[in-house]
Design a protein around this ligand. Structure first.
Ligand code: 2P0
Length: 332
């Protein structure tokens, strides 16, 4: 390929079972704790990147229209990092297409920056092994470090005392999981959120009196989750994930000023999940930085769970399973 041919990458969002909530370094995007997720087979983002040596500046197209404001700034900052690392100063043309509603707590930035990292690494000649790519994607958005991998992935916070902390923090695939999970996304609102997760995280760490306790518990949750995945213990997987997510929401709701993503519709969906359990189904909820609810269940129960969650007023339901990591389209 010549320098100016586009590199095209596809990546999917991931949903954390043990959440990333809180940074110890804002610039390098280093988290306070490890997190663990499942990359989905739904909502892919496809991103093309090419060098444009004669262009005056980067050109960023999102879903057919020029990106503006904060979104454009985050992408051009990321391209600056790619240029710094590659020594190639050419501006880029980026064309990205999402199938997940942007800013609705369905992790568009995870698939988005994983796809951008891979396409940009290919276009600018940076290393594309999974660890290097995960580190690079992390600099765009923390959760993107996990979408580089397919299936379950754990993002290591890295040793804060390491000589090069940027180098020490990346995600790795979890290869010994023995569960076949489905994730039923219950989409209640697809609009952009009022407070970005970046700002909500910052505010929570700085002001929530519950945050230190949740962080301690989250570290325990990670060990419990890894063991439960290895043992094929879906009940412990689900219970741990639900507690971890609701705990995270409790931390932000006690921040100052509080951040509340949960709505009456979210509460109705959470109540329905409890009802499913009372009826003997293995179903557990998780929530991210938005009002939507995702239900974790055994893949064999996905259809039943989806039908029951569809009874929630105003809910649109999408069933997802474990999906692949970021890949170049030419490798399909
Ligand atoms: C997660 N979230 O583990 C958590 C749970 C949302 C709730 O990662 O600031 O877009 O770009 O590193 O990755 C969303 O945060 O934040 C997120 P930045 P990101 O999936």
């Amino acid at each position: 390929m010549t320098d100016c041919e586009p590199a095209v990458a596809v990546a999917h969002p991931n949903i954390a079972l043990v959440k990333y909530w809180g940074k110890r370094d804002e610039r390098l995007i280093l988290p306070l704790a490890d997190s663990l997720s499942l990359t989905l087979d739904a909502f892919p983002t496809t991103t093309a990147v090419r060098q444009a040596p004669d262009a005056p500046e980067d050109r960023v197209i999102m879903d057919g229209v020029p990106a503006r404001g904060e979104m454009r700034r985050r992408i051009t900052d990321f391209l600056d990092l790619v240029r710094e690392r590659s020594g190639i100063r050419a501006p880029a043309v980026v064309d990205t297409r999402n199938t997940v509603p942007v800013g609705a707590g369905l992790a568009s930035s995870a698939g988005g920056f994983a796809a951008l990292a891979l396409a940009a690494a290919r276009a600018y000649g940076l290393p594309r092994d999974p660890v290097s790519l995960s580190r690079l994607a992390r600099r765009g958005s923390g959760s993107a470090s996990r979408s580089v991998h397919g299936g379950f992935a754990v993002w290591h916070a890295g040793d804060p005392g390491a000589a090069d902390p940027d180098h020490a923090s990346y995600a790795e695939a979890v290869t010994d999981a023995r569960v076949d999970l489905a994730l039923v996304a219950v989409i209640l609102e697809a609009g952009p959120k009022s407070v970005s997760s970046r700002e909500a995280m910052r505010r929570t760490v700085a002001t929530s009196p519950l945050f230190p306790g949740w962080l301690r518990k989250s570290r325990e949750d990670l060990g419990r989750m890894r063991a439960a995945l290895r043992e094929g213990d879906i009940t412990t997987v689900g219970e741990t994930a639900e507690r971890n997510a609701l705990g995270m929401h409790a931390t932000m709701e006690t921040a100052s000023p509080p951040v509340r993503y949960r709505t009456a519709a979210s509460d109705a969906a959470l109540t329905q999940v409890r009802r499913l359990r009372a009826d003997g189904l293995g179903a557990w909820a998780t929530m991210d930085a938005g009002p939507n609810v995702k239900v974790i269940c055994d893949a064999a129960d996905a259809k039943t769970v989806a039908a029951r969650m569809g009874e929630v007023t105003g809910a649109r339901v999408v069933v997802a399973g474990g999906g692949p990591g970021a890949r170049l389209r030419t490798e399909d």
